[in-house]
Design a protein around this ligand. Sequence first.
Ligand code: APR
Length: 320
Amino acid sequence: MARNKIALIGSGMIGGTLAHLIGLKELGDVVLFDIADGTPQGKALDIAESSPVDGFDVRLKGANDYSAIEGADVCIVTAGVPRKPGMSRDDLLEINLKVMEQVGAGIAKYAPDAFVICITNPLDAMVWALQKFSGMPKNKVVGMAGVLDSSRFRYFLAEEFKVSVEDVTAFVLGGHGDTMVPLARYSTVAGIPLTDLVDMGWVTKDRLEEIIQRTRDGGAEIVGLLKTGSAYYAPAASAVVMAESYLKDKKRVLPCAAYLSGQYGVNDMYVGVPTVIGAEGIERIIEIELNSAEQKAFDKSVESVAGLCEACRKIAPSLA
Ligand code: APR
């Protein structure tokens, strides 16, 4: 049986980390693509040279031509410009929209059957534009945001409660960014909802609100610390989990930016919702009942994503 082929469109900080993780997990052969001459080749060679030490067996290749991604099973897109301190994800919109147009054409031409995971920000708008530019099936183009946002939430909660990250689950909805909606009643420690933990005195409502706000600002916190770029270890790990669920048909339940056609009352937009990822791509979107406060927060989040899509349409009328 042929090995899986995973194409990484963008070989910067996240792209390089993805290649390394995919190698260590032996998920498939890797093609790193980038417009920068030498970067994908250098990273591919460097990681390949670590494979005898770490004992993993995958082929890694760097390329500056889209033909190298031909027949890829999975494409993970990080091409574009990351945030600098003081920049919001939205500031990136215009630059990265043009990048999505090129990437969409490249993937549609050489890897039309791939499962495409977009990471480029502003995420919910870029994945929407990428699907439209590429014309690929909506269940095969998905955005990585919720796995990262919920992982940050889980980590902060585990630190707060002094329990293992393994026993904390978290549930987030909505757009990636300041309007994301962490759902306390569906986030748990070993199955005990956060709302019960408040009643049990583990945490006050105010402290929980602070943790939720830190989660919303999680990306900006890293940008502020790094000063020269944005997060890459946790974003890469999150996308790898999604790729693995697709390639191994694991049917994991993962929060992703998925195309909505009426679910949650949203149409023609990508918004973060719980999904099932298996061999067919996004196989299911799980719709839960929201209470009025959650619905209000979700609506606000959807509104902000809609604003970004509208801004994209103004720049690229072909998206209308
Ligand atoms: N085609 C292919 N690659 C491109 C293009 C393009 N048109 N434009 C830029 N790139 C490449 C750059 O050369 C660079 O190597 O994309 C890579 C981006 O890497 P980094 O600048 O290191 O950014 P990274 O930290 O990996 O983040 C990538 O993910 O989380 C988001 O906000 C983040 O949008 C950013 C993206």
